[in-house]
Design a protein around this ligand. Structure first.
Ligand code: CNA
Length: 292
């Protein structure tokens, strides 16, 4: 801060969940940024949690480095590790978590502008959130395409083959069929860019939940909201990195005076129940959970 610049007033009364909820109760354009942590309670492992995360279980695949499993060049020459992993990732049942239902409640309350999810498990759809409210930033397992002729295949086709430990090949040209999830080196869906442009300047409250904020460009989105838009992070651990000068890194690593950021350290499901409670939505939230 330069001496001649007046200090800006804080946006929140204090930096806890209650103050965030009080602010949020007046908002109508809430944007949610979600990651693998919102689905771990549905039995789907995340990537980076030590011990349980998928990256810590990849040794058996002899990869040059863990992320190689999601690199297109590596996949073209050796798709086996990806399909073995896909089988492990495949949910036993597609059961959304309380966090998914909280996002649906946000929509029912007419507060949800959009949920941007990095997840590929499609549990947002299963929870009944309208598809036009969802941006699947890293794609989905729901559909697949042949890498060579682009023929489309559905989930059943892929599922049957990966559960036989085989590689799916195109019925037309024999190319490898790859689920429509975004690999490193691939472009994000066009819808992602369109919605980022329309939504982040409009957002009046940002919830970041269940993500390590390690993957770009997704992790930069939190810097796109207005400087007076509060940002609530609900996660088991601090997220972001120390050299993100505008992101949570700055807040957590003490580089900047805080005006509008709240870090609520808990599981996603506990965090959203407390948030629902602070918003006075406790009964509706538990009714919704019971009805599903
Ligand atoms: P990540 O890097 O594995 O980080 C997950 C974060 O969530 C970590 O900070 C954890 O501490 C935290 N976390 C885990 N469980 C909980 C919980 N119950 N409550 C609160 N916090 C929790 O995953 P990101 O999403 O940040 O990374 C982006 C990758 C992960 C995307 O490209 C996804 O496609 C990919 N991914 C998706 C899924 C899925 O679709 N369910 C599963 C695994 C990985």
């Amino acid at each position: 801060l330069k001496l001649d610049e007046p200090a800006e007033d804080p946006v929140l009364k204090s930096f806890n969940l209650e103050a965030a909820a009080e602010y949020m109760s007046k908002c109508s354009n809430v944007v949610v940024m979600a990651g693998a942590g919102i689905s771990t309670s549905a039995g789907i492992p995340d990537f980076r949690s030590p011990g349980t995360g998928l990256y810590s279980q990849l040794e058996k695949y002899n990869l040059p480095f863990p992320e190689a499993v999601f690199h297109l060049d590596f996949f073209r020459t050796n798709p086996k590790p990806f399909f073995l992993l896909a089988k492990e990732l495949y949910p036993q049942k597609f059961t959304p978590t309380p966090t998914h239902y909280f996002i649906r409640l946000l929509e029912e309350k007419k507060k949800l502008l959009r949920v941007f999810t990095q997840n590929i498990d499609s549990l947002e759809r299963v929870a009944g959130i309208s598809t036009d409210k969802i941006v699947e930033a890293h794609g989905t397992f729901f559909t697949s395409h042949c890498l060579d002729c682009r023929e489309e295949y559905d989930l059943e086709f892929i599922k049957e083959i990966i559960f036989k430990d085989e590689i799916p090949h195109c019925k037309k040209c024999d190319g490898i069929v790859k689920p429509d999830i975004v690999f490193f080196g691939e472009k994000l869906p066009a819808r992602f860019n369109d919605c980022v442009h329309s939504d982040f300047s409009k957002a009046d409250f940002l919830i970041i939940i269940g993500t390590s904020l390690k993957v770009a460009p997704f992790n930069r989105l939190l810097t796109f909201v207005d400087k007076n838009c509060p940002r609530l992070l609900i996660n088991m651990e601090p997220a972001g990195n120390s050299n993100q000068d505008m992101g949570f890194g700055a807040l957590l690593y003490g580089k900047k005076a805080n005006r509008r950021d709240v870090f609520h350290q808990s599981t996603c499901d506990e965090g959203v129940s407390e948030l629902a409670k602070s918003l006075g939505w406790e009964d509706e939230f538990s009714k919704l959970l019971k009805s599903e």
